[in-house]
Design a protein around this ligand. Structure first.
Ligand SMILES: [Zn+2]
Length: 64
């Protein structure tokens, strides 16, 4: 059983079927995790909004 690092929900994936680089999504909190290792299973949170955060900072400077 693989638990979500964020909310500890059961991710409902078969550890034997996981491949490195595969992305699984937690059905409970909606967080995406990339499989960085399969033995033992290690998950890395996928950061999709990094670029958006930089854009938001630039916008704040413009408003000033
Ligand atoms: Zn979760």
């Amino acid at each position: 059983m693989v638990l979500c690092p964020e909310c500890e929900n059961d991710l409902d994936v078969e550890e034997d079927d996981l491949d490195e680089g595969e992305v699984v999504t937690c059905a409970e909190c909606g967080t995406d995790f990339e499989i960085v290792s399969v033995d033992p299973v290690e998950l890395a949170k996928v950061h999709e909004e990094d670029e958006d955060e930089e854009d938001a900072r630039e916008s704040e400077e413009d408003e000033d």
